[in-house]
Design a protein around this ligand. Structure first.
Ligand SMILES: Cc1cc2nc3c(=O)[nH]c(=O)nc-3n(C[C@H](O)[C@H](O)[C@H](O)COP(=O)(O)OP(=O)(O)OC[C@H]3O[C@@H](n4cnc5c(N)ncnc54)[C@H](O)[C@@H]3O)c2cc1C
Length: 444
């Protein structure tokens, strides 16, 4: 992988001179899962592309548990053998723990084989390692990669087409021409901010405090390699337990930002307070030893008004981020890469890089992420009655389909209607057993 040296300058100058500011290169800003997966798809299609990554991998990142649908993309880009070779923890299912020490609800992915995936498990990953491997995989397929190079601005020509990116490295700036610009900068949302199309979510303002631990007791659990979600007795509060290796477990506490701010506690105190609030969680953590610093994440629910325009697309978190409750983020990033690659291929074949040519990507991604969003909104409304819903014979398989990430290319999702109906019944039935547990989120 190339260091940010004079090579970048020479290459950019050569591109500019030889093509008179016209280049056939796709410039991808950001080498997270979205950028790397897109690099893979484009390189496989024979389309020249370069990733410029601000950090130097390996770099830490939140987002360690994958949903099943991710496996489809890993398979298509030839990354599955790498995941298997590196021995990432296999994720066979998920388990939810209500605030009292009974009524755990589990799902196993083998119950409903995903039509596009040939295995009944996905992975939990150490993102430092995983992201580096994905970036290297893109490079092995033909993507050029520069690390330690920050994009500062997307450049537009006189016809208002994106035509390049201003990069900064070693305190110098250089303009790199592009036939098409892809913003895969994650929650930095470089282009969304530049175009002023970023809208924060009106409902969700969640906040996470997380760290890695040793000695988390998994003996009480249906499976030590499931993801475990614990409900906390606070508005939209939950905790995650994700095995990163057989020794290390990622633990995170999530609640509304106001809960964290209002408590005026140090991150460690805040974390412990909510660990103690769920008996199953407290049991799992009773001998746990923290092995790295607490990290804080907030302000992470938003969407862009547009994901595609003349000469540009936004993918992954740079386009839309909902909420991590169902571990959907990396899957959305991967599918945004897949679907944008299809339209970028079309653009090259037809020499048409207009918004109209790229827009079908946005339509597809938006409809899938809206299904995730609606599922998450209803989930928060129902929480903690959600376990009751997972256990329902009638709806279980449909809930499972959603939890596996089957949100794209779907016309209707009957289970969402059923959830709305259930909520309505609870709200309109005097003395309903779940009346006291519905959240105050509006679902109108
Ligand atoms: C609390 C929390 C928990 C989560 N848990 C999960 C989970 O369990 N499972 C899951 O699937 N998802 C989870 N997510 C979501 C997940 O982290 C993201 O959806 C995923 O990382 C998106 O990938 P991406 O490639 O779009 O962005 P990123 O992974 O953020 O990658 C973007 C890259 O762009 C680089 N970059 C940024 N700005 C620039 C610039 N100006 N120039 C060049 N490079 C730049 C960054 O350094 C970074 O490497 C969670 C998120 C949060 C907040």
């Amino acid at each position: 992988m190339k260091a940010p040296t004079g090579a970048l300058r020479l290459e950019a100058q050569a591109e500019t001179q030889s093509m008179n500011s016209k280049t056939d290169n796709v410039v991808i800003i950001g080498g997270g899962p979205a950028g790397s997966a897109l690099g893979c798809y484009l390189s496989k299609a024979g389309i020249k592309n370069t990733i410029y990554e601000a950090a130097n991998h390996p770099r830490a990142h939140v987002g360690e548990s994958m949903v099943m649908s991710s496996v489809q993309v890993f398979d298509e880009i030839g990354f599955l053998p790498v995941l298997e070779r590196e021995g990432f923890v296999k994720k066979h299912g998920a388990s939810w723990h209500p605030p009292v020490s009974k009524g755990e609800a589990d799902i196993a992915f083998s119950e409903f084989p995903s039509p596009h995936v040939k295995q009944d498990y996905t992975y939990h990953v150490d993102r430092q390692k995983f992201d580096l491997l994905m970036l290297k995989h893109a490079e092995s397929l033909g993507t050029k990669v520069y690390q330690g190079v920050s994009a500062t601005k997307v450049l537009f020509d006189e016809n208002n087409y994106a035509c390049g990116v201003r990069m900064r490295f070693a305190e110098q700036e250089i303009d790199v021409p592009a036939r098409l610009v892809v913003d895969a900068s994650g929650r930095q949302t470089l282009l969304g901010k530049q175009l002023k199309v970023k809208k924060n979510d009106p409902i969700f303002d969640q906040f996470a405090v997380h760290a890695w631990f040793e000695n988390v007791d998994k003996s009480k659990k249906a499976s030590s390699e499931y993801i475990h979600i614990y409900f906390l007795p606070v508005e939209r509060g939950w905790a995650w337990q994700i095995p990163i290796t057989h020794e290390i477990t990622s633990m995170g506490i999530v609640a509304e930002k106001a809960v964290f701010k209002g408590g005026r506690l140090q991150p460690g105190e805040y974390f412990q307070k909510y660990v103690d609030s769920n008996p199953d969680l407290a049991h799992a953590m009773r001998n746990a030893k923290r092995v790295n610093d607490f990290k804080l994440e907030g302000d992470y629910s938003y969407k862009m008004d547009t994901f595609a325009g003349n000469g540009f697309v936004l993918i992954g978190d740079a386009a839309r981020f909902v909420d991590p409750i169902f571990s959907s983020g990396v899957s959305v990033a991967l599918f945004s890469a897949k679907y944008s690659a299809e339209r970028i291929k079309y653009a090259f074949e037809n020499n048409d890089f207009s918004e109209a040519a790229l827009k079908p990507y946005e339509v597809k991604l938006r409809s899938g992420t809206e299904i995730w969003y609606e599922f998450i909104r209803l989930y928060y409304k129902l929480l903690p009655a959600f376990t009751h819903f997972i256990k329902s014979k009638k709806h279980r398989i449909e809930v499972l389909r959603l939890l596996q990430g089957e949100v794209f290319d779907r016309r209707d999702v009957p289970v969402l209607d059923a959830m709305r109906k259930f909520i309505h019944t609870v709200e309109t039935t005097p003395g309903h057993m779940f009346a006291g547990v519905l959240s105050d989120i509006s679902i109108d």
